[in-house]
Design a protein around this ligand. Structure first.
Ligand code: FAD
Length: 388
């Protein structure tokens, strides 16, 4: 276990502490970057504007779906293979269950559904175990779900969900155990490079390091204003509804996707006897700034659409809303992530624009950022995610 770099014996911040790397933003990706860097013996400082595992960005709401047969683009599959390994290693080191391997079932019309086709193609290309089920087979294997005429189902046994806040907390806790200093409630106001490295200024203090990693989530466009990244923010809603016991994790309910035309609805089973979680991947509203995401209640049209899906697809889930949360997607035009070294300043690397599907990759993104900031390159195939 490394010493806590940057603090003196009394636990106070060392005014003249110099770091190898500063990680700006300690959410899903930043906590993973801090962990991988600290584990390699790098003197790392993580700066987070809020408290860890806060609900103002993109990494809260209990769970995130994880799957390998990637409908978005099979190029992500090698990264997922590594992410799966690293999730296992993280669970072992944290001595905590962070990944529930529930399996994932997808209902859609094979000839119409882009998600169905993409999932099938990725599975085929990378030999990912996948079961194709006729409606009758899906009905007996998953009696808690209803298929529609013309649909069939794909079942990926390697799918499931990871815990969102718990994973951020585990990465941060282990990063600290390996010697990282992570400071909360430290808003970075600006940063600049000079001959000696980077200078990062928060409201309270000025910090110096050799290199800077920017993992600012929904704030990335502002933090990298010089690059003019075409990032847009979308406010999304997560819902938890009351459901009968058959929808519980322990009773074998897997994670699920339903594609109905343009609508893609997904969710994960009841945990701890509580409520079932469900959300839409395509509904939501564009917002200008991260703080614009908050709502007092879900908009009536979105809630009605969600209840319609429940009514048609999950007869044991009542329309009784237990809780909802708002969250931000940071969208790129092609919905691929952007991970790169700053084109003008090679001391800065960044990862952003996760477009609503990044969390499952968090450990491998942390590893990639550690590679890029340490050596300027990575063996992971991320050319398709470079800034263009
Ligand atoms: C509703 C919803 C559902 C999702 N479902 C899935 C899913 O099922 N599967 C999946 O893989 N992905 C999913 N995602 C996407 C995934 O959660 C995100 O891609 C991921 O959480 C993004 O992590 P991040 O580190 O980029 O952002 P964040 O975790 O938000 O971290 C960015 C951090 O930077 C900090 N920061 C910003 N500016 C400053 C500053 N100036 N000073 C200091 N700190 C700063 C912020 O406070 C924040 O903590 C979903 C997202 C949402 C919103």
């Amino acid at each position: 276990m490394g010493e806590m770099f940057g603090k003196n014996a009394n636990g106070n911040l060392n005014e003249d502490a110099r770091f190898d790397v500063i990680v700006l933003g300690v959410g899903g990706m930043g906590s993973a970057a801090c962990y991988h860097l600290a584990k390699r013996g790098v003197r790392v400082l993580g700066l987070e504007q809020f408290s860890l595992t806060h609900d103002r960005g993109s990494s809260h709401g209990e769970t995130r779906i994880i799957r390998k047969a990637y409908f978005e683009d099979p190029s992500y599959v090698p990264l997922l293979e590594r992410a799966y390994q690293l999730w296992g290693e993280l669970e072992a080191e944290a001595q905590e269950r962070l990944f529930e391997r529930t399996g994932l079932v997808l209902f859609g019309k094979p000839e119409e559904s882009v998600v169905y086709r993409g999932t099938h193609e990725s599975a085929k290309k990378y030999s990912i175990p996948m079961e194709t089920l006729l409606i009758s087979e899906a009905a007996s294997k998953f009696p808690m779900f209803r298929a529609k005429a013309g649909e069939s189902a794909l079942y990926e046994p390697s799918g499931g969900f990871v815990l969102a806040e718990a994973s951020v907390a585990a990465h941060a806790r282990l990063a600290r155990a390996h010697g990282a200093l992570i400071l909360e409630n430290q808003t970075v106001l600006d940063y600049k490079s000079d001959d000696e490295g980077v200078v990062v200024r928060t409201r309270e203090q000025v910090f110096r390091a050799e290199k800077l990693v920017i993992t600012g989530g929904a704030w990335t466009k502002m933090l990298l204003a010089d690059l003019g990244l075409p990032l847009r923010l979308k406010r999304m809603i997560l819902y938890w509804f009351k459901a009968s016991p058959e929808y519980a994790l322990e009773n074998g309910t897997p994670c699920f996707f339903f594609q109905d035309g343009e609508e893609l609805t997904y969710g994960s089973p009841k945990r701890d006897g509580w409520a079932i979680k469900i959300a839409s991947h395509n509904r939501g509203a564009w917002v200008e700034a991260p703080q614009d995401k908050f709502l007092l209640a879900p908009p009536a049209d979105e809630l009605t659409a969600m209840r319609k899906v429940l009514n048609e697809r999950m007869p044991g889930v009542t329309g009784e809303l237990v809780k909802f949360a708002t969250c931000l997607y940071t969208m790129t035009p092609d919905e691929n992530f952007v991970i790169d070294t700053h084109p003008v300043d090679s001391r800065i690397v960044f990862a952003g624009g996760f477009s609503g599907h990044g969390f499952k990759f968090a450990p491998v993104i942390g590893e990639i950022l550690a590679d890029l900031v340490q050596s300027g390159r990575t063996q992971h195939p991320i050319e398709f995610l470079h800034i263009r």
